[in-house]
Design a protein around this ligand. Structure first.
Ligand code: HEM
Length: 491
């Protein structure tokens, strides 16, 4: 009898898990109890093919499960525009793995994990401060160009042989570090950057491991022996990262002149703002915990994304003969050999623009975009979606859409050229996403990608002893294993 009751309970549970809970949501693959559709994503690492399979089978609005979490993905550009952009307010909050956020950040601070009015204010503050420090202006271009000079010197010092990771991590790390904290890395303090970066990589590897996935999506599992180590290791990474950012705050506090109107870096601007609001409740949103989290977000979001894209850019060129040469021909014609490439040249560098666009499209850095939630009950096409449902603007499916980008899984810069050779713009090229949560550092990223990439190709013939693998390893982003480049100066 007990056995029979047990069987009935199990059957009811399976019925609820596999059918009942899905009845009102857009269609999608049948989830397994507890793990949902994670096995299919794992089987199709890094994930593109799983999301494209589901788009094909269930349409551009479909539901899949990560653990117990139902995720509604939108995969079509026009629908993303219609809902995520035109009704942006309804999709502006994030989904939070709350237990993790509380342990890791101390609450919903920063930009990425903040919501509502607090997020609006903090995002606006971060973007306007980034602008004050040059994002989207000539000042930032100057910074990047200075960093390119350092890059050239580093290549020379290394005997014209250097790994792509070292080259770009230091270059990009120096931009973000100097804007945030007012100093750059050289041979003497480079180890500080590598320590944080390595911790970041180890953490990302943990996240995409089976244990990480399970604990992340089913938080109570962290209390089960065998899974608890994952959580404890995250605490160690947290202390490493936030220890680094706290040290920056402490160092600034020792030297800051609160009376001086000019500021050297974002940290100083923020500390001055904090002082202005110090008598308000929660320091008007400019608390020290928020400062630690906001610089954490800008540093993390700004470093790995841009570095990885640049590394893949060189990787793709080493694997596709003739493209580097075509870029060099155009660069020689437009820029000559007497100066560096500038942003002013961009409009005449049609082929180079096409290559940079194709790198971002073909790479498709985030197979699964960050989670948002519906902030109120919404209608998406024929589906009624309840407030609080996870929504994923699945930008990777748009950039691999065969109707928009035929032979989407091939690297073909020409697709971004008109018949007369001028650059062809596609609104569907959306590596920075869209809507209210669109990347906050897009201006800086575009500048860095264009200038670092074109200047390197302009100045050097780049080769590698062995072609780097194009196999994509997945952490939170698509990663390439490191590879060594030979740089032969062209002039
Ligand atoms: C190639 C470079 C980059 C790419 C491809 C990229 C892409 C993205 C994407 C896809 C998102 C998620 C948008 C969404 O939720 O739909 C995002 C968010 C974000 N990015 Fe970037 N990003 C890059 C560089 C940067 C840089 C350089 C910074 C900072 C200086 C930055 C700061 C941020 C921040 C703060 C967010 C969170 C925005 C929010 O939640 O309001 N990113 N980025």
């Amino acid at each position: 009898m007990i056995f029979l009751i047990f069987l009935v309970i199990i059957a009811l549970w399976l019925f609820e898990q596999m059918y009942w809970r899905r009845r009102k949501l857009p269609p999608g693959p049948m989830p397994w109890p507890l793990v949902g559709n994670i096995p299919h994503v794992f089987a199709k690492q890094p994930g593109f093919d799983a999301y494209l399979d589901w788009e094909k089978e269930y349409g551009p609005v479909h539901t899949y499960y990560l653990g117990n979490m139902a995720c509604v993905a939108i995969t079509d550009y026009d629908l993303l525009k219609k809902y995520i952009v035109n009704q942006g307010e309804k999709f502006s909050d994030r989904y939070h793995m709350q237990e993790f956020i509380d342990m890791y950040r101390g609450g919903n601070y920063g930009i990425i994990e903040a919501d509502g009015d607090f997020w609006v204010k903090q995002r606006r503050f971060a973007i306007s401060t980034l602008r004050d420090f040059g994002m989207g202006k000539n000042i930032m271009e100057q910074r990047v160009c200075e960093e390119i000079d350092h890059m050239f010197k580093m290549i020379e010092k290394s005997g014209n042989k250097l790994t792509a990771r070292r080259l770009f991590t230091i270059g990009v790390g120096n931009i973000i570090n100097s804007v945030l904290f007012g100093y750059r890395y050289d041979e003497n303090n480079e180890h500080e950057l590598w320590k944080i970066r390595d911790a970041l990589m180890r953490q990302q590897t943990e996240f995409i491991g089976v244990r990480g996935m399970i604990v992340f999506h089913i938080p109570f599992m962290r209390r089960i022996p065998g899974f608890s180590g994952f959580w404890e290791r995250l605490e160690v990474y947290r202390d490493e990262f936030f220890g680094f950012f706290q040290k920056q705050i402490d160092d600034h506090l020792k030297e800051i002149d609160f009376e001086c109107e000019e500021s050297n870096d974002i940290m100083e601007v923020y500390l001055k703002e904090q002082r202005k609001h110090r008598n308000e409740p929660d320091e008007g949103g400019y608390s020290e915990i928020q400062l630690r989290n906001i610089v954490f977000d800008i540093w993390i979001a700004g470093l790995e994304t841009t570095t990885t894209t640049l590394m893949w850019g060189i990787n793709f060129l080493l694997n596709h003969e003739g493209i580097m040469e075509k870029m060099q021909k155009e660069l020689d014609r437009v820029v000559g050999h007497e100066r560096k490439v500038e942003m002013n040249d961009k409009n005449q560098l049609h082929y180079c623009q096409a290559v940079v666009s194709e790198i971002q499209r073909f790479l498709n850095l985030l197979p699964q975009n960050l989670f948002r939630i519906a902030t109120e009950d919404v209608q998406i096409e024929e589906y009624f979606i309840e407030k609080g449902t996870i929504i994923i603007p699945q930008i990777s499916c748009v950039m691999y859409n065969e109707k928009i980008f035929p032979e989407a899984r091939k690297f073909k810069p020409e697709r971004f050229l008109n018949e007369d050779g001028t650059y062809k713009k596609y609104q569907e090229l959306i590596p920075f996403s869209l809507g209210k949560r669109q990347c906050a550092g897009e201006g800086l990223a575009r500048l860095e990608l264009f200038l670092f990439f074109t200047n390197l190709i302009h100045r050097y013939e780049i080769t590698s002893d062995e072609k780097p693998t194009m196999e994509r390893s997945f952490k939170t982003l698509i990663h390439t294993p490191d590879f060594t480049c030979n740089f032969k100066p062209r002039f």
